[in-house]
Design a protein around this ligand. Structure first.
Ligand SMILES: *[C@@H]1O[C@H](CO)[C@@H](O)[C@H](O)[C@H]1NC(C)=O
Ligand SMILES: *[C@@H]1O[C@H](CO)[C@@H](O)[C@H](O)[C@H]1NC(C)=O
Ligand SMILES: *[C@@H]1O[C@H](CO)[C@@H](O)[C@H](O)[C@H]1NC(C)=O
Ligand SMILES: *[C@@H]1O[C@H](CO)[C@@H](O)[C@H](O)[C@H]1NC(C)=O
Ligand SMILES: *[C@@H]1O[C@H](CO)[C@@H](O)[C@H](O)[C@H]1NC(C)=O
Ligand SMILES: *[C@@H]1O[C@H](CO)[C@@H](O)[C@H](O)[C@H]1NC(C)=O
Ligand SMILES: *[C@@H]1O[C@H](CO)[C@@H](O)[C@H](O)[C@H]1NC(C)=O
Ligand SMILES: *[C@@H]1O[C@H](CO)[C@@H](O)[C@H](O)[C@H]1NC(C)=O
Ligand SMILES: *[C@@H]1O[C@H](CO)[C@@H](O)[C@H](O)[C@H]1NC(C)=O
Ligand SMILES: *[C@@H]1O[C@H](CO)[C@@H](O)[C@H](O)[C@H]1NC(C)=O
Ligand SMILES: *[C@@H]1O[C@H](CO)[C@@H](O)[C@H](O)[C@H]1NC(C)=O
Length: 504
C-alpha cells in the first residue's frame, strides 16, 4: 500500500515535471516577415521555428525563381530590460540567440546550437550563408540574482525578403546623418541624400536616457523618445539639413535617423551646450559651408549674428578676389589636379573658418573624458577674441573657441597658384592657431558612436578641430605628421603670405 502511494507520488511528480517542461518547450512558429512581440524572464529559454516552406505559394514561386532556397534574414531587437537592484553597478546582461538548421536539434540553446555572433547593443542579426529551409531558434535570457524586477521584452522576425529591423547604413557603412553642432537648445544634422533614396517617412528621433544595452533597437528608441521637440528639414547648398529645437541645455541625448516603422540608424550621442553665448548659425549667404555654433551676445537675434559675421567675412575676402582675378586661370595651368576654382573655394573656406570662430563649451567641461586633451580648445577672455572686430561688434564675453583644423590652411597652399606664395604657420605658432584632426580608432565592424563615460569617440560627429565641412578624407594632418609635411614641402617656399590668424 505504502509502495503504491510512493509510486503514485512519483508518477504525479513526474507528470507535473513533464507538464512544466512541455509548457517551457512550446515552440512558436514564426510567419514570414511578421514581427512577433514577446517577453522573457530571468533564466528562461524560448523557442521559435521558421520554415521557408510555410511561406505562401506566391512568395515561394518568387523565391524559387530567384534561387532554389530563399535567403533568410533574422533579427531580434530588445525593447526593454529588467531593472537591477539599486546597489547594482555592473552592466545589464543581454539576450542571446542560438540557432539550429537541423531537425536533429529542434531546441537550440546554450548547450546545443550556434550562437549568433552579429550582435550590437539591443540588436541581434543573422543571415544564412548556405541555403536552408528550416530554422530553429532559441532565445535565452541570462539568469539574474534576486531583487531584479521585470522581464526583457523583444521583437523577433524572420523574413525571406529583407531585413525587418534594418540598420540604416549605406554600402560604405556610412550612417545617413552626421551631427554638425549643438547650442543650448538646438542640434543641427546633415542628411546624406545620396544614401537616402526612399524617404519612407524619414525623420530624426531624439531620445534621452536610452540604456546602453538597447542603443541599436528601434522599439527601445521609440520608448525613450522625447515628447516635445520640433524638427525642421531644409534644403541647403550643403545638402539636406534637420534642425532640432526645443531641447534642454547641458543635456545628453541620443539622436537617430529613422525611416518607416522599424528602420533606424546607429545612435549619435549629442550634448547641448551650457553656455548661452554659443549660437548655431547656418545658411549663410557667403560662408555657405559654415554650420556650427559661433560666439555671440545672448541678447542678439540669430539673423543679426549671421549677417554680421557673413558680411565681415565677405569684406575680408575682397583683396584675395582682386588678386586671383589678375591671374590668367584659363591659360595658365599650375597643377594637374587643382585649378582656380579649387583655390577660390579653399581660400574662402579657410577665411570663413578664421573669421567666424567656432564656439564650444568651456575647457573644464571637457575634462570628464580621458582623451579630451586631443580637442583644440582655447579659452577666450572678454574682449580677447583673435579679431578685435568680434569683440566690438558682437560682444560675446567669455567663451571657448574650437580652433580651425590646420588642413584648411594646407588645402589653400595646395590649391592656389604658386605666385600667391601662401604658406601655413609652423611649429608652436601652428599649434597656437590651429587644431589637428584625431579620429578614435574603432574595432573592426564597429561604427559605434556611443559615449563611454571616460572616452569620447572623436570623428565626424565629435571633431577635435573645426573642419568647416571639409571632406573627411582631406582631414589628414595629425600633430605627428605635420612636421614631416612641413619639411618636405614648405622649406623651399619663400614665406610671403603666411596663412595665419594674425594676418586678419
Ligand atoms: C502566424 O499567422 C497565423 C495565421 O494568420 C496566426 O494565427 C499566428 O498567430 C501567426 N503567428 C505569429 C507568431 O505571429
Ligand atoms: C516574463 O517572462 C515569462 C517568460 O519567461 C512569462 O511567462 C511572463 O508572463 C513574463 N512576465 C511579464 C510580466 O510579462
Ligand atoms: C560564432 O562564432 C563562433 C566562434 O567563432 C563560431 O563557432 C560560430 O559558428 C559562430 N556562429 C554563427 C552563427 O556564425
Ligand atoms: C534583496 O532584497 C532584500 C530586501 O531589501 C535584502 O534583504 C537582500 O539582501 C537582497 N538580496 C540581494 C542578493 O541583494
Ligand atoms: C554620402 O553618401 C555617399 C554614397 O554612399 C558617399 O560617397 C559620400 O561620401 C557621403 N557623404 C557624406 C557627407 O557623408
Ligand atoms: C517645447 O517644449 C514645451 C515644454 O517643454 C512644450 O510645451 C512645447 O509644445 C514644445 N514645442 C514644440 C514645438 O514641441
Ligand atoms: C525652417 O527653417 C527655415 C529656414 O531656416 C525657415 O525659413 C522656416 O521658417 C523654418 N520653419 C519652421 C517651422 O520653423
Ligand atoms: C508613413 O506614415 C504614414 C502615416 O503615419 C503611414 O500611413 C505610412 O504607411 C507610412 N509609410 C511607410 C512607408 O512607412
Ligand atoms: C576646375 O576643375 C573642376 C573639376 O575638378 C571643374 O569642375 C571646374 O570647372 C574647373 N575650374 C576651372 C576654372 O577650370
Ligand atoms: C569690452 O569692450 C567694450 C567696447 O569695446 C567695452 O565697453 C567693455 O567695457 C569691455 N569689457 C571689458 C571687460 O574690458
Ligand atoms: C571605456 O574606455 C576605456 C578607455 O579606452 C576602456 O578602458 C573601458 O573599458 C571602456 N569602457 C566601456 C564600458 O566600454
Amino acid at each position: 500500500m505504502q509502495r503504491f502511494i510512493i509510486q503514485s507520488l512519483i508518477l504525479l511528480l513526474y507528470g507535473a515535471v513533464v507538464v512544466i517542461q512541455a509548457q517551457q518547450q512550446v515552440t512558436v512558429p514564426l510567419n514570414d516577415s511578421v514581427i512577433h512581440d514577446a517577453s522573457i524572464g530571468s533564466g528562461d529559454l524560448q523557442h521559435y521555428y521558421f520554415s521557408a516552406a510555410t511561406t505562401s505559394l506566391l512568395d515561394r514561386r518568387r523565391s524559387l525563381a530567384r534561387r532554389d532556397v530563399p535567403n533568410l534574414f533574422l533579427t531580434l531587437t530588445s525593447c526593454s530590460q529588467p531593472t537591477p537592484p539599486p546597489n547594482y553597478e555592473g552592466d545589464i546582461p543581454s539576450l542571446d540567440v542560438f540557432l539550429s538548421m537541423s531537425s536533429d536539434n529542434t531546441l537550440p540553446g546554450p548547450s546545443q546550437g550556434l550562437l549568433v555572433n552579429n550582435t550590437k547593443f539591443g540588436r541581434v542579426a543573422w543571415e544564412n550563408d548556405n541555403p536552408i529551409s528550416d530554422l530553429w531558434i532559441g532565445v535565452v535570457a541570462p539568469t539574474l540574482t534576486e531583487n531584479w524586477t521585470g522581464n526583457w521584452t523583444f521583437e523577433i522576425a524572420v523574413s525571406t525578403e529583407e531585413w525587418i529591423h534594418p540598420l540604416l547604413l549605406d554600402q560604405k557603412n556610412i550612417p545617413y546623418i552626421t551631427l554638425d553642432d549643438t547650442d543650448q537648445t538646438h542640434a543641427l544634422f546633415s542628411i546624406n541624400q545620396s544614401s537616402n533614396q526612399q524617404h519612407n517617412n524619414a525623420s530624426v528621433l531624439i531620445a534621452s536616457n536610452v540604456p546602453k544595452q538597447l542603443l541599436y533597437s528601434r522599439c527601445a528608441a521609440d520608448k525613450y523618445r522625447l515628447a516635445n521637440y520640433a524638427t525642421n528639414f531644409t534644403e541647403t547648398i550643403r545638402g539636406q539639413q534637420a534642425m532640432i529645437s526645443n531641447l534642454t541645455e547641458a543635456t545628453r541625448y541620443t539622436a537617430y535617423y529613422i525611416e518607416s516603422t522599424n528602420a533606424i540608424s546607429p545612435p549619435i550621442q549629442i550634448n547641448t551646450k551650457k553656455s548661452d553665448n554659443c549660437r548655431l548659425v547656418y545658411n549663410l549667404g557667403f560662408c555657405d559651408q559654415v554650420a556650427y555654433s559661433v560666439p555671440a551676445n545672448p541678447t542678439d537675434t540669430i539673423e543679426s549674428i549671421q549677417s554680421r559675421y557673413d558680411n565681415h567675412a565677405q569684406e575680408l575676402f575682397q583683396p584675395f578676389e582682386t588678386a586671383i582675378l589678375q591671374y590668367n586661370c584659363d591659360s595658365t595651368k599650375y597643377s594637374l589636379v587643382r585649378n582656380c576654382t579649387h583655390c577660390y573655394n579653399d581660400y574662402k573656406r579657410w577665411l570663413c573658418s578664421v573669421s567666424i570662430p567656432r564656439c564650444a563649451d568651456s575647457i573644464e567641461d571637457k575634462t570628464e573624458s580621458s582623451n579630451a586633451g586631443q580637442v583644440a580648445l582655447r579659452h577666450i577672455d572678454t574682449n580677447h577674441s583673435r579679431s578685435a572686430w568680434i569683440d566690438e561688434t558682437l560682444s560675446p564675453g567669455v567663451y571657448t573657441e574650437m580652433l580651425p583644423c590646420i588642413d584648411l590652411c594646407y588645402q589653400v597652399v595646395q590649391s592656389c597658384p604658386p605666385f600667391m606664395e601662401f604658406a601655413c604657420p609652423k611649429g608652436d605658432l601652428a599649434a597656437l592657431q590651429y587644431g589637428y584632426w584625431h579620429k578614435t580608432p574603432l574595432e573592426e565592424g564597429q561604427e559605434d558612436d556611443y559615449f563611454n563615460d571616460s572616452l569620447t569617440i572623436y570623428g565626424i560627429n565629435h571633431p577635435t578641430c573645426n573642419p568647416v565641412n571639409l571632406e573627411e578624407d582631406r582631414l589628414v594632418i595629425s600633430q605627428a605628421s605635420s612636421l614631416l609635411i612641413l619639411r618636405n614641402h614648405f622649406s623651399i617656399i619663400t614665406i610671403l603670405f603666411v596663412l595665419s590668424i594674425t594676418f586678419l
